[in-house]
Design a protein around this ligand. Structure first.
Ligand SMILES: *Cc1c(COP(=O)(O)O)cnc(C)c1O
Length: 427
């Protein structure tokens, strides 16, 4: 269990004088200025997470492409772009965000099983670095789109290595039964096919086996399976410049202990060198591990309801802001912003939405009163980027903290924003 002495995201989220701070700022002050629910991120925490990968790849020919679906707010993309990252995108909308944030399109790779022709055209016009193609039909469509635009599309094929990442079924993507990638045993055929298409230029190979992975073995297994294929594909006369190992490294939600990025890559690079592939262009697509522990969501306690079986602590954040518990029964630590000596009791922390699935934490030992402020921890990844407007709730505001400075990086959505594009019938 997270406790206040060792919060995930520490040392940048820590209690000082009894008050939870992000870097040098008390969260309470930010909540009072901007209201709740409020996402607050630590720039230092994100840059340190990135630095662990950069250390891991020191002296290598490597590119880190932030998988921006984890958190696609413009200022966060700007932070990673300035730090030299490329981006892994999964839609045309994400590409527009990269461009708006000042990202370099040539460092963009485009993943996803359902790219439309319009998205392909947009990406070709922007001059992205590589398409990660996920099916034979997609190869044909991309070839056609590229030729009709008079350009050649750089591609890699996403291969499904069929290894078990030992994570939640909804976030495991590299098993045979998943919709992602081309099956390992069909990959060589797909590469041969791609080599014959004049609108495509083969650059590399890629895989991504899942998310919130907390062990090393699935990565090592996937690497072995991919390198076997690289050998077979190159034996067939098709050169591969880069190998992309995807993302998926886990973070600390509830005392989880994933390997550190630099330690994991020391092992993986050792294996890669031993097999003679250490000098390739190496690409990775980390998402959650760069931002997940770098953000919290501050929420206010509205009402306490004590019942016969359960006590409910109703807060102003909900499943539309923090969808992970409802979607994957996921755990987020929850702590009051101020320390108190009051005796804690068990509460189910729930939001105001009209769904029983709208819970944020179950059976949490908390000393709370209405009006108190709580921080929902490890909320930097797959929270705001998955937020919805269900119940006509505007999405929360976001603040980025750097030392003792802070910026409002997203304004709270108003109800007017939500129905601005809707029309009444005028008959
Ligand atoms: C989601 C995704 C990632 C990032 O996964 P994390 O678990 O957030 O690191 C990387 N690559 C692809 C193709 C993805 O879909």
């Amino acid at each position: 269990m997270s406790n206040e002495h060792n919060l995930p995201g520490g040392p940048h989220f820590a209690f000082r004088d009894g008050e939870l701070h992000v870097e040098r700022l008390p969260l309470r002050g930010l909540a009072l200025s901007y209201g709740t629910p409020l996402f607050v991120y630590s720039a230092a925490s994100m840059l340190e997470a990135l630095a662990a990968y950069q250390r891991g790849f020191a002296g290598r020919n490597a590119r880190i492409c932030y998988a921006m679906k984890a958190n696609s707010s413009l200022a966060i993309l700007q932070l990673f772009a300035r730090a030299g990252c490329g981006f892994d995108i999964v839609s045309g909308g994400e590409l527009k965000r990269v461009l708006a944030a000042g990202g370099d399109p040539s460092k963009v790779i485009f993943s996803g099983v359902g790219k439309t022709r319009a998205e392909m055209r947009l990406a070709l016009e922007a001059g992205i670095g590589c398409f990660n193609v996920e099916s034979e039909q997609e190869l044909n469509v991309l070839d056609e789109v590229a030729r009709s635009a008079g350009v050649v599309a750089d591609i890699s094929i996403r291969v499904n290595p069929d290894v078990d990442p030992k994570t939640h079924p909804y976030i495991s993507t590299g098993l045979r039964g998943n919709k992602f990638g081309i099956a390992h045993q069909q990959a060589l055929t797909a590469y041969r096919h791609a080599a014959g298409l004049t609108g495509l230029r083969i650059r590399g190979i890629d895989c991504h086996i899942g998310s919130q992975i907390t062990q090393e073995t699935p990565y090592l297994d996937a690497m072995d399976r991919i390198l076997d294929l690289v050998g077979a594909i190159e034996d067939a006369g098709i050169a591969l410049e880069h190998i992309d190992f995807g993302g998926g490294l886990g973070i600390d939600y509830n005392g989880d202990t994933p390997p550190r990025a630099d330690a994991l890559w020391a092992q993986l690079l050792h294996r890669l060198d031993a097999r003679g592939y250490g000098d390739r262009l190496l690409m990775i697509e980390p998402g959650r591990s760069l931002v997940g522990n770098a953000g919290v969501c501050v929420t206010e306690v509205l009402y306490l309801k004590t019942g016969e079986q359960k006590n409910f602590c109703v807060v102003d954040a909900a499943m539309n802001d923090l969808p992970r518990p409802a979607m994957y029964q996921a755990f987020h630590g929850i702590v009051p912003l101020s320390r108190s000596d009051a005796t804690p009791s068990p509460w189910d922390v729930v939001g105001p939405i009209c769904e029983s699935g709208d819970w944020i934490g179950r059976d949490r030992q908390l000393a709370v009163r209405s009006g108190d402020l709580l921080a929902v921890l490890s909320a930097g990844a797959y929270c705001m980027s998955m937020a919805s407007n269900y119940n006509t709730r505007g999405r929360a505001a976001e603040v980025l903290v750097d030392g003792d400075q802070h910026w409002l990086i997203r304004e709270r959505e108003s109800a007017g924003d939500l129905f601005a594009g809707e029309h009444l019938v005028t008959a």
